[in-house]
Design a protein around this ligand. Sequence first.
Ligand code: MN
Length: 144
Amino acid sequence: MNDITTKPKACPAEMTIRRAGTAIGRAPEGISSAPFWAEMLLESESEGENTVMRATVDPSVITHWHTHPRGQFLYVLSGVGVAQRDGGPVEELRAGDCVWFAPDERHWHGASADSAFSYVSIQAVHDGKSVHWLEPVIRQGERS
Ligand code: MN
């Protein structure tokens, strides 16, 4: 397993193939209701560059509230997911759906209660970061 906390400073300077399955790691603690798998497909800390990851999430696991400084594009690969922007309804997501979260829009996403969920997400870097983590989500009728 790779240490996904060690990030390259920029995207590669030339054509680069990252072979399937070589970048899978555990997402960091403290960003979701339980750990999930994160495959870092493209990493950078350089202004404006894209980062790309594939996430695989167990049923009922959801992220904490967070924002992306340059927004986030999310493409659902499999399973049933849920997502919510601050002040909006909880939306169900299925394979083939895609979601755009606007820059600095507070939101969370994760797996539905009875289905695993996987997706690819793209989020660009601003001030060295592509995400800012906030507090845990407390859903009506349950604690996260
Ligand atoms: Mn997000």
